[in-house]
Design a protein around this ligand. Structure first.
Ligand code: NDP
Ligand code: ZN
Length: 350
């Protein structure tokens, strides 16, 4: 018998989540049932409930949340990695085919059958996936992550999405001592990018549209702070950066960031998914052999590597823990872009 659990769900197109209930499946042999303690709020949650990524083919309700931390409550008969009471995390994926070339290469995020944590149809039984704004979740063992003992559980939640989404391109494009890394936008992803790039030894600059974020940027690891709308500041930044990670969630001009790259440098978009406007001028890209790229979360193996890196360096997210009843005002703040940490829901307040 499926178990009915309390949740926050968006019940119709564009509506913010409200208290509701959903069913969780019975345990399969390779399933772990997790009692959720905390769930971070990612801007993707807002895009999803507002339909910013196009029509939701699977309809409503949508239960967002893919920065999940909790304790193992029950395990299936074939589970070997986890026992009841372990502190665990779940990010943006809860299953994949586990046999295709991308899965075999630890890149489950590109598998054609990936079950994303919410808004997907389960590849095995076709049921809809519901995310972490709930009391309980049932997840395939392979997609459950171990949380290092020295990390605060609430402050570790955002590592499961904001952490891996910025760690992966920093590693792939080689942030290291002596490299110059730019981060565009200081929100949930941006603040993790600053902390991680700093821990990798890079010289880090924040590009922001918000004058008020300068001090926090420096506290979080930025060596420099630049206002992205200031033409003089952007002119001075030209030709300096080995890698820029752009976390801005909405359409914006990326040409100034291309101009800020060194020859063979890379601009990696993680925030905005859609046509760019104004169009990107390819001349500087071609003439200076630069890369314009994108990056999607990270595979499960790399996510565990990121968590272990954060344990080693004691890196956690800056968070504001909120009650479930405060969700609307947290969403409004994220839409204004005036926060520079992560809201994390205390799931015991559901
Ligand atoms: P936040 O809302 O926490 O932060 C976004 C930041 O972008 C803001 O704080 C602001 O920083 C800047 N910004 C610039 N223009 C705007 C605007 N018009 N509205 C709001 N903010 C703006 O978002 P997240 O960090 O949670 O997510 C960022 C984006 O990354 C989202 O689009 C999300 O969907 C996406 N994402 C992508 C993933 C991937 O795998 N590629 C995974 C997870 C999220 P400032 O004031 O400094 O300019
Ligand atoms: Zn996310």
């Amino acid at each position: 018998m499926p178990t009915k659990v309390k949740c926050l769900a968006s019940l119709e197109d564009g509506k913010f989540p409200v208290p509701s209930t959903v069913d969780r499946r019975d345990l399969r042999p390779d399933d772990v049932e997790i009692k959720i303690l905390y769930c971070g709020i990612c801007h993707s949650d807002i895009h999803h409930v507002r339909g910013n990524w196009g029509a939701d083919g699977y309809g409503y309700p949508v239960v967002p949340g893919h920065e999940i931390i909790g304790k193992v409550f029950r395990v299936g008969t074939e589970v070997s990695k986890f026992t009841v009471g372990d502190s665990v995390g779940v990010g943006c994926m809860v299953d994949s085919c586990q046999t295709c070339p991308t899965c075999n290469n630890d890149r489950e995020q590109y598998c054609d059958s990936t079950t994303f944590t919410y808004g997907s149809l389960d590849r095995r039984d076709g049921s809809r996936s519901y995310g972490g704004y709930t009391e309980m979740i049932v997840v395939t063992e392979k997609f459950v992550l171990s949380i290092p003992d020295n990390l605060d559980l609430a402050a570790a939640a955002p590592l499961l999405c904001a952490g891996i989404t910025t760690y992966s391109p920093l590693r792939r494009w080689g942030a290291h001592p002596g490299s110059k890394v730019g981060v565009v936008g200081l929100g949930g992803l941006g603040h993790m990018a600053l902390k991680l790039a700093k821990a990798m030894g890079a010289d880090v600059t924040l590009f922001s549209r918000s004058h008020g974020k300068a001090e926090d940027a420096k506290r979080l690891g930025a060596n420099q702070f630049l206002i992205s709308s200031d033409p003089e500041a952007m002119k001075a930044a030209a030709g300096q950066f080995d890698l820029i990670i752009d976390t801005v969630p909405y359409k914006h001009d990326v040409n100034p960031y291309v101009m800020a790259l060194v020859p063979e440098g890379s601009l990696v978009l993680v925030g905005y998914f859609g046509p760019l406007e104004p169009p990107v001028n390819s001349a500087p890209l071609v003439l200076r052999s630069q890369n314009l790229a994108g990056s999607l979360i990270g595979g499960i193996k790399e996510t565990q590597e990121m968590l272990d890196f954060c344990g080693h360096h004691k890196i956690m997210s800056d968070i504001k823990v909120i009650d479930a009843q405060e969700l609307n005002s947290a969403y409004e703040s994220l839409l204004k872009g005036d926060v520079m940490q992560r809201f994390v829901i205390d799931i015991t307040t559901l």
